[in-house]
Design a protein around this ligand. Structure first.
Ligand code: NDP
Length: 333
């Protein structure tokens, strides 16, 4: 048993999310079948997780399908869980001679309206709690996107909207447009945040938390597994680093300086009586601007270990945090 799950408001909204939540990128479909997904979601829910993160593009729509099937079978009360999806890349690029130009790499109104409907079908839901613009689209006016998101919410197909990996400037622009026209405002951002990736959350967005009440659902808290120490001796078989469909991660996972730093974090973890993964996750959760840390796990034992980060939170004294900062700050983007 772990410490009880704490809940935090998603920014200035009234919605409460579990501090640790569960994501599906890479894992659902590629590493887990329907029963694995159901078991993983059930274990997370048993531990108090109430937020499950997804995206249209994950496993080409199959991640949403698997989550939808699991939710249909688990039959939880709809008030007890929050589901997200994200839109930008589109599902089918068309063919070389007939590219699907209005359905990829875009946040235009037409794509967003159609994409949400298709997502709802795959998830077997009447509404998606949180919808994200998965990346900024420099070719569509932000005003068009804000209106589309507002309309989707007004149609009852989503409850809150936000962004993922937008600049502070783009987020502020979207917020100002929504405020000017009395539209639903962006409530949350989904940025990468871990010991080796800090500047956007800690510096670029610094003013947004108080100014517009931005909440954060942060991704890749273990830097895709680097912060578990599993890549210190190369790429283990069966790990994410060995998967051909995410080969772009490989160089980062093998970074010698970062793996040496992970060794130093391991020493701190040993002194605290926890694993380095738990230490790294607790460090992310310790930041009060983080509404929820989205965990990734390819097997149940990882999820169980990672949920143990809750026990480590009270051990992050100012001295421990200072030690970690001295190791992380020089290497962090
Ligand atoms: P992590 O950085 O925590 O990486 C998770 C992976 O690390 C696991 O799948 C597993 O991979 C390995 N791992 C996790 N725990 C352990 C452990 N205790 N011991 C050993 N290995 C472990 O998170 P993700 O990169 O998966 O991101 C989390 C979620 O964030 C995603 O599921 C998605 O929902 C969201 N996300 C959002 C993005 C966005 O653009 N908005 C981008 C990326 C993610 P393996 O066993 O295969 O090695």
């Amino acid at each position: 048993m772990h410490s009880p799950m704490p809940y935090r408001r998603l920014g200035r909204s009234g919605l409460q999310l579990s501090v640790l939540s569960l994501g599906s990128w890479v894992t659902f479909h590629n590493q887990m079948d329907a029963s694995g997904v159901r078991e993983m979601m059930a274990a997370a829910r048993d531990a108090g997780v109430n937020f499950f993160d997804n995206a249209e593009v994950y496993a080409n729509g199959l991640s949403e399908r698997l989550m939808g099937e699991a939710l249909a079978q688990l039959k939880w009360h709809r008030l007890d869980y929050v589901v997200s999806s994200k839109f930008f890349w589109g599902l089918d690029a068309g063919t070389a001679d007939k590219p699907r130009i209005n359905g990829r790499n875009t946040l235009n109104r037409k794509y967003l309206m159609q994409a949400v409907d298709a997502s709802l079908q795959r998830l077997q839901l009447d509404f998606i709690d949180l919808i994200f613009c998965h990346r900024p689209d420099p070719h569509t006016p932000i005003e068009e996107t804000v209106w589309a998101l507002h309309n989707i919410i007004e149609q009852g197909k989503a409850l809150y909207w936000g962004t993922s990996e937008w600049s502070a400037d783009e987020i502020r622009t979207a917020y100002a447009i929504a405020e000017r026209h009395h539209l639903h405002k962006p409530v949350m951002e989904q940025p990468q945040y871990h010991l080796f990736h800090r500047k956007r959350v800690e510096q670029e967005y610094a003013r947004l938390y108080a100014d517009i009440g931005l909440g954060l659902t942060t991704w890749s808290p273990l830097a895709s597994g680097l912060l578990t120490g599993k890549y210190r001796q190369g790429i283990p078989a069966g790990s994410r680093g060995a998967m051909p469909n995410v080969s772009f991660l490989r160089d980062g996972l093998l970074d010698a300086q970062k793996n040496a730093a992970v060794g130093q974090f391991e020493t701190i973890a040993r002194e605290l009586g926890c694993s380095v993964a738990q230490l790294a996750l607790a460090w992310v959760a310790h930041n009060p601007q983080v509404s929820t840390v989205i965990l990734g796990a390819s097997r149940l034992s990882q999820l169980q270990e990672n949920l143990g980060a809750l026990d480590v939170l009270p051990k992050l004294t100012p001295e421990v945090l200072a030690q970690m900062d001295a190791i992380s700050a020089p290497l962090a983007a």
